[in-house]
Design a protein around this ligand. Structure first.
Ligand code: PMV
Length: 328
């Protein structure tokens, strides 16, 4: 089921289902926090949630997690079971929706590896919001989903640029630029289908930490960092054009350039570099890390079949899968 269906079906239900995809960033992570544009796309895997009335009489809402880097029950209890960040997210849900969500049980099944820069927390936020509204039979626009998801994302990431929950709530491929009070968001229509191989290293230490550490490095060399962010802005602008013109070799070259800047920003790791090199040696048009870095995932763009690179990652001991951006 796609999110349009889930958002438009009215009438309260005994059980409601929702879905939200993960995401990759093709250009501009980190720089986007400082106002540079970035390009992001949804993955063709995501988080599924079933919402129903809670069976037990313990104080809810209860989240039954599977695939969130944790398996078990989570309640908004400060000393309870489960990761603190998930307990805080449930507390935020109660603040946003009031006591009516305390009656709910949210069964979460995520196919997005957590802490890999693939948008697992933003997808969880969007899927929970869609599922709750659907359960109560309420229509909710994509804009309102995005607004509520940002409130939840702040629990996970502090002060995010907003790119993750925006691409995940809108779907497809977007150009995103944070403005002083809002964001400029435009859909991008690829002329050709873009196939990617995704390779996973271990989880990163956290987006919030990576963004804070970069801010501290940038404060010591402000002028130099401004040059890097300007370079990344140009990469995003040229990539947008190359995507709409179907010039995938150029998109790949721009991804490689962006990876060079991410290395200069010290958010890459030897393992991420190794996966980028492996993918390029196997014929990828370009490869880069995606998301906060310091661990997490590499995306490699290929001309058509991502399988040789997916297999090469797997053979070297890294979890891997294929994803694609469709033409519209
Ligand atoms: O949470 P991640 O790993 O998908 O990273 C999000 C992208 C950053 O630019 C690093 C942070 C942000 O808020 O945009």
């Amino acid at each position: 089921m796609n999110h349009e269906q889930s958002e438009n079906l009215g009438g309260g239900a005994d059980i409601a289902f929702s879905y939200a995809p993960g995401k990759i960033i093709l250009a501009g992570e980190h720089a986007v926090v400082y106002g540079s544009p970035a390009i992001a796309a949804t993955l063709d895997r995501g988080v599924r949630i079933a919402v129903q009335l809670r069976k037990s009489d313990q104080k809810g809402p209860v989240l039954k997690a599977s695939g969130l880097g944790f398996v078990g029950h989570v309640r908004p209890d400060p000393d309870g079971e489960g990761p603190e960040v998930l307990r805080k997210a449930l507390t935020r849900l109660v603040e946003l929706y009031g006591d009516r969500v305390c009656e709910l049980e949210l069964m979460v099944d995520s196919a997005i590896p957590a802490g890999r820069g693939l948008g697992s927390s933003a997808a969880l936020s969007v899927a929970m919001i869609r599922g709750i509204h659907r359960f109560f039979g309420e229509y909710v626009s994509s804009e309102v989903v995005a607004e509520l998801a940002l409130a939840l994302e702040k629990v996970f990431h502090g002060n995010p640029s907003g790119i993750d929950h925006t691409v995940i709530s809108q779907g497809g491929l977007i150009w995103y630029k944070k403005e002083s009070t809002d964001a400029c968001v435009c859909k991008i229509s690829p002329k050709r289908v873009m196939h990617f191989a995704v390779g996973l290293t271990g989880p990163h230490a956290g987006t919030k930490q990576a963004v804070q550490a970069l801010r501290s490095r940038a404060s010591r060399h402000e002028g130099l960092y401004q040059h890097i962010f300007a370079g990344i802005s140009q990469i995003a602008a040229e990539m947008r054009l190359a995507i709409t013109e179907g010039k995938l070799a150029a998109v790949g070259e721009l991804m490689n350039l962006n990876q060079g800047y991410l290395n200069a920003l010290a958010v890459s790791t030897p393992e991420l570099e190794k996966l980028c090199t492996m993918a390029r040696d196997k014929g990828a048009l370009g490869a880069k890390l995606t998301g906060a870095g310091g661990g997490g995932a590499v995306i490699a763009l290929v001309d058509d079949d991502p399988k040789p690179i997916v297999d090469a990652f797997a053979k070297a001991g890294y979890l891997s899968f294929a994803t694609k951006c469709e033409t519209e």
